[in-house]
Ligand binder design. Sequence first.
Ligand code: SF4
Length: 496
Amino acid sequence: MSGEARDACGVVAVYAPTPLSVDVPRLVYHALYALQHRGQESAGIAISDGDTMVVYKDLGLVAQVFDESVLQSLRGNAAIGHVRYSTSGSSTWGNAQPSYKSATTGQIALAHNGNLVNSQELKQSLADAGGDPTPGRRLHASSDTDLVASHIARACSVASAQDGGAGDMKQAILEVLGRLAGAFSFTMMDERRIFGARDPYGFRPLCIGRVGDAWILASETCALDLIGADFVRDVEPGELVTVGADGLASERFAPQGRHAACVFEHVYFARPDSTLMGQNVYATRYRMGMRLAAESTPDADLVMPVPDSGVPAAQGFARGSAIIYGEGFVKNRYVGRTFIQPTQLMRQQGIKMKLNPLREVIAGKKLVVVDDSIVRGNTTRQIVGMLRDAGAREVHMRISSPPIQWPCFYGIDMPDQDELIASRLDVEGIRAHIGADSLAYLSLDGMLEATKVPEDEFCTACFSSRYPVAISAGELASKHVVDDVAPKEELQAQRA
Ligand code: SF4
């Protein structure tokens, strides 16, 4: 991706009837490994043997955080896991997940993929209620996830104080889920059960699988594949699933309504070997490339991708345009995604470290270069420059999604709106900025048709400004939404 947008997180949960039936910590570890593309900042596992819950988490990649000795020290039959790139809260150990809280009568661990849009309200109501109930903890959480875990622990403690009983964690979860607004796919656990929940719009994916007698919940089906699990079904938007000694149970915490799955998962974020909403992601991206070719094929000698994310769409473009496909870049696979580096200078160095043009393939050629998106535009500009330096005669950029003009409030970490190049410049302005001979984007209709999923199942807000969930004033301010454009007024109208 030529672009500096980051996925939020990946989540996993595994439950086995006994610790002996499968190696639960290793299954979680491998599932997290498969989901590493969803977050590279921190990784963590919470595990319980029925009585004691242990959380092990740290900053770094999955393989850096967990070594053999750590995995062997984790014991239990119920566990959740998380890989993180922060969209809410700062990048510190304390914000690594899973979040852990204890109620007076139980413990809760929680892993989150998404972003809440009413965190200010939740923070205030937690403070009003007396803060985080975990002994010795600070009153205020700094991440959405910590906040939700605190609310659940408090709700459980309050229920137990009121009825003098144990306080059921599941009831506390159901109660708190109904108070959340925004995007969330959670995996959670108490000492004896795992839980999975998706917000009523279903912004972020979450699926259910089985391996032997164990159950697994995971952000993407590629995690099921790695551990040999069979896909059972997706967790429904507005559904809470509970897995424990009695098997899997399902409850709704919100009525069926309009769905708004993130279309960008299909364009870029999900792994191409995952299946989302019944559609293989690679095949969807291939169709996007074919459709892009139908919409805008220039006179050219060679179609090449910006690897790796542009590959399926470039292959589809080559098929659709009948122009030869070739690899014009060699990618160094040992360099992380460009967005890991925090400054523009470091990002630029990162791109050069990552991609090297193949002069023999591209010199003297008219190139169609296919990428999935442009965010700030600086990366694409550098890619075009590298190709010209390597002797390309013409560079025609083709983008397999529409221009990103609006920030995401639902769990994808995009730059502020004034940094999104398409919010400031039209297509010709962007073409001039990146230095390409021509530039074309896939149309919104073309992208949606390529998914083979009904249009009204999707969120397309970053392309269309049609935000399915109203955004609070605090969230709007945090994204520096440009003042003098009409759709902001629409946003304000929504929240009014
Ligand atoms: S705004 Fe864009 S990135 Fe965010 S959920 Fe909607 S489609 Fe996905």
